[in-house]
Design a protein around this ligand. Structure first.
Ligand code: ATP
Ligand code: MG
Length: 443
């Protein structure tokens, strides 16, 4: 992409309304624009990152054996009357009436709809287990939309739903999502800690929130520091094997959000030097809820003994758009974003220090072509802005690498590579710089 063609409305001023760094940087770097409270347009730079996050979430769902589909954003109120949630949900639900006076709503979540779809086609224990997901916009009329995309009203969520014969089988689906989430967040450059969450009237231990520790987080959390560094099981994990040890290793140590916190237990179970009490961002939530929807909605399957019983379900959410804020909170400095390579909007920024100078333009073009061919998705700053402004913009948008090409360097056949995360600079021949960027030698 050439910057002259792209749409990158960077702001010089720090927007006054933004209270946290990720919100400030997303506005300043021209990634999002607020269209109404908690409702954002995703400008091209932000959109590229959103798509990359979404794709990683998708790949890890697929790897775990979940099956993608797409449900609509608008739902019939009657469906929610079946579960009893139409009246129970309250003012967070956006209710809509169509021209036929039929009550609709903009989906805040999809348990009812997926249950309706499942019951329409599934009859027998032989149809189980099933794990279905979609990545779709949700609307919740939050009382206090804030912190940019962290707590929006319209936001993108991955929500998966599992269908199993009984609780023991449901635990296996739960464990798959538990492990898939660890891998997902690791690939996004985040250290997520699974923390015990409220299970409500269902009881049991099958509800976890995945939390990124951050000062700007909305939740108050308590955990064992060793959990933060534990890492993910890895992409070679056998999802058809026994995942209980993966889960056990991460649930043996104390971790709870404030609703579930028990300070006596925390102190008894966690040596003082490992105790972390901090703030965190909830990026995912997995939850087994048994027959809460299948019973009232009559989603039953025939068991091997010939009896019909309601199917056991769980739901598994990831805040795809919230993740962008969480990643910036974890990866930035005073000059801007520092994207992990996995989600960077472009892989390399090429800075032309003298646009209009034939030799420099040609060198930039050659580097651009080679890096494009190598799949590095370069962004070429071919504008006539001052060098200082170009450096500042590149730092602000936070591409992992910058390749700086100017007439003075070219005279000696040289260019400079800057690694955004460390600030390290390498002066080398232009050919070498391009070759090494192409092969990922600076990572
Ligand atoms: P919260 O406690 O933050 O309000 P929740 O418990 O209502 O979230 P879930 O229903 O579990 O959220 O939704 C799954 C995921 O969707 C959450 O873990 C979070 O990452 C994301 N999410 C929820 N609400 C919002 C929102 N208003 N804006 C952006 N992301 C959200
Ligand atoms: Mg939650």
């Amino acid at each position: 992409m050439r910057l002259s063609r792209f749409f990158l409305p960077v702001l010089k001023e720090v927007p006054g309304e933004a209270q946290i760094v990720s919100h400030r940087l997303m506005l300043r770097a021209g990634m999002i624009r607020q269209e109404a409270a908690g409702i954002y347009a995703w400008l091209p730079l932000g959109h590229r990152v959103l798509k990359k996050i979404e794709q990683i979430v998708r790949e890890e769902q697929d790897r775990a054996g979940a099956v993608e589909m797409l449900m609509p954003t608008l739902q019939l109120a009657d469906l929610w009357r079946e579960s009893g949630r139409y009246d129970a949900y309250g003012p967070e639900m956006l209710r809509i009436v169509d021209r036929h006076e039929r009550d609709l709503l903009y989906g805040p979540t999809n348990e009812e709809m997926i249950t309706e779809i499942f019951r329409a086609y599934s009859r027998s224990y032989k149809d189980l287990p099933k794990l279905l997901y979609h990545i779709q916009w949700k609307f919740r009329d939050e009382r206090r939309p804030r912190f940019g995309v962290m707590r929006g009203r319209e936001f993108l969520m991955k929500d998966a739903y599992s269908f199993d014969l009984d609780e023991a089988a449901a635990r296996m689906s739960y464990n798959k999502m538990f492990a898939a989430y660890l891998n997902t967040f690791q690939r996004l450059g985040l250290k997520a800690v699974p923390m015990r969450a409220d299970t409500g009237p269902i009881g049991g231990d099958l509800s976890h929130e995945f939390i990124i520790l951050a000062e700007t987080g909305e939740s108050e959390v308590f955990c064992d520091a060793r959990l933060v560094e534990m890492g993910a099981p890895g992409l070679d994990l056998d999802f058809d094997g026994d995942l209980q040890p993966v889960v056990d290793a991460r649930t043996a140590l104390y971790a709870a959000t404030d609703e579930m916190h028990d300070s006596a237990r925390f102190e008894a179970e966690t040596p003082a030097e490992h105790r972390v009490s901090a703030r965190g961002i909830e990026v995912g939530h997995i939850f087994y809820f048994g027959t809460k929807y299948s019973e009232p909605m009559k989603a039953v399957v025939t068991h091997p003994d010939g009896q019909d019983r309601p199917v056991h379900m769980g739901s598994y959410g990831v805040g795809v758009s919230r993740l962008m804020g969480a990643i910036i909170e974890a990866h930035h400095d005073e000059n801007g974003c520092i994207w992990p390579e996995s989600v960077a909007p472009f892989g390399v920024g090429i800075i032309n220090l003298k646009a209009g100078d034939a030799e420099t333009d040609q060198a930039c073009q050659d580097a651009y072509d080679a890096l494009t061919l190598a799949g590095k998705e370069p962004l070429l700053d071919d504008t006539d802005a001052r060098a200082g402004g170009k450096f500042a913009t590149m730092d602000l948008i936070g591409l992992p690498y910058q390749l700086v090409i100017g007439p003075r360097g070219l005279k000696e056949g040289k260019a400079e590579v800057k690694v955004r995360a460390t600030g390290e600079r390498h002066e080398l021949s232009l050919a070498d710089a391009v070759a090494r960027l192409a092969e990922g030698a600076f990572s």
